[in-house]
Design a protein around this ligand. Structure first.
Ligand code: NAD
Length: 353
């Protein structure tokens, strides 16, 4: 069994679905179900005994340790986090709590569990920490992409809290010999992405006839990776990554935000033309830039490619088309998230059956 934290969120739920599509090894999915956790993403696994869901907070080390001892996982894959930069600017406290204190509590519980394992199982155990490229700060237009040795320079409360958690994970390997692996990935996109994030927000607003808000001049550059490629990278690192190492994960897809929005509008224009024939681009509205907005992120993923043979399966062009199509095919999922109905669905289907 593997123990996944945050497996009801965007990347975590994609990871759990991909994992169980490719393996019969069960998953214990431990998630607090904050606003970002949506078990509806995992509806296909509702009656699947390989998926054990437990609602809980990673800050509760005692609960985590009891579950680890009960279920004896061979690995922990740690996704749980507060993840939205804008929310971290308006209210950083929860980011410090979950991302720093929560990762610390999780590490302590995991270390206690791991120390008690028989030698052979101890040697095989892995703790994989899922992190972000935002810890490296911002790049100038001509700077080389981030490598695993780029100095940390986080600029938002979100990235600072993730940087702190990365350092804690690193220290547990160096101090205790705890078997850690860390991945720092670029921006993900794909199915089940909460519609507060750029790509799903634009798709939803475009169809609703609302403004498509673009921060500042829209020239902030991000490196985009289709979510199942990130999940595949995590599986590769978990299987064969070298202990204590960090692996950058990215798709070599640097795009300015405005270009992403234009691409989404163009795909929607072809897949779901407006009745009046106008382009969705006419809905673009420039809004005041986010404070401290990083200008450019770019990932050098050559270590992961060279050492573990990982390559993204999707280009930006194929992945973004699939993503738009997924949102067009799942209007109910978006409507449930926007109305909050997904939380009620969870109560009915999981906790009051
Ligand atoms: P998300 O916000 O969609 O999901 C986070 C999940 O964690 C939710 O299910 C939430 O309920 C759960 N959670 C939050 N606090 C918790 C707590 N205290 N205890 C237990 N569960 C808790 O996030 P995501 O976009 O899926 O990101 C997952 C991880 O990947 C995060 O660690 C994030 O930093 C990292 N990451 C994300 C991206 C991206 O583009 N989304 C890129 C690189 C790295």
């Amino acid at each position: 069994m593997i123990f996944v934290t945050g497996g009801a969120g965007f990347i975590g739920s994609n990871f759990v679905l991909d994992w169980l599509a490719q393996s019969d090894e069960p998953v214990l999915n431990f998630d607090k179900l904050t606003y970002a956790g949506n078990l509806n993403n995992l509806a296909a696994l509702k009656d699947d005994a390989r998926h054990v869901f437990v609602r809980g907070d990673i800050c509760d080390g005692e609960q985590v340790l009891a579950l680890l001892r009960e279920h004896q996982p061979r690995a922990i894959v740690h996704f749980a986090a507060e993840s939205h930069v804008d929310r971290s600017i308006h209210g950083p406290a929860e980011f410090i709590n979950t991302n720093i204190n929560g990762t610390f509590a999780l590490l302590e519980a995991a270390r206690a569990y791991w120390s008690g394992l028989p030698e052979a199982e101890k040697g095989a155990f892995r703790f994989l920490h899922v992190s972000t490229d935002e810890v490296y700060g911002t790049l100038g237009p001509d700077d080389a992409p981030f490598t695993e040795t780029t100095a940390y320079a986080p600029n938002s409360p979100y990235s600072a809290s993730k940087a702190a958690s990365d350092h804690l994970v690193r220290s547990y390997h160096h101090t205790y010999g705890f078997p850690t692996l860390t991945t720092n990935c670029s921006n993900n996109y794909g199915p089940y992405h909460f519609p507060e994030k750029l790509i799903p927000l634009m798709i939803a607003n475009a169809q609703a006839g609302k403004a498509l808000p673009v921060y500042g001049d829209g020239q902030q550059i991000r490196d985009w990776l289709y979510v199942s490629d990130h999940c595949a990278a995590i599986r590769r690192v978990l299987a064969d990554g070298r202990l204590g190492e960090v692996y950058n994960v990215g798709g070599w897809n640097e795009k300015a935000n405005l270009d992403v929005v234009h691409t989404l509008c163009d795909i929607l224009d072809s897949l779901k033309p407006k009745a009046d024939g106008a382009s969705y681009r006419t809905q673009i509205a420039y809004v005041k830039d986010r404070p401290g907005h990083d200008r450019r992120y770019a990932i050098d993923a050559r270590k992961l490619e060279r050492e573990l043979g990982w390559r993204p399966a999707e280009t930006f062009e194929t992945g973004i088309r699939k993503t738009v199509q997924w949102y067009l095919d799942h209007p109910d999922w978006v409507a449930d998230v926007q109305s909050g109905a997904y939380a009620k669905w969870v109560e009915t289907n999981y906790f009051n059956r």
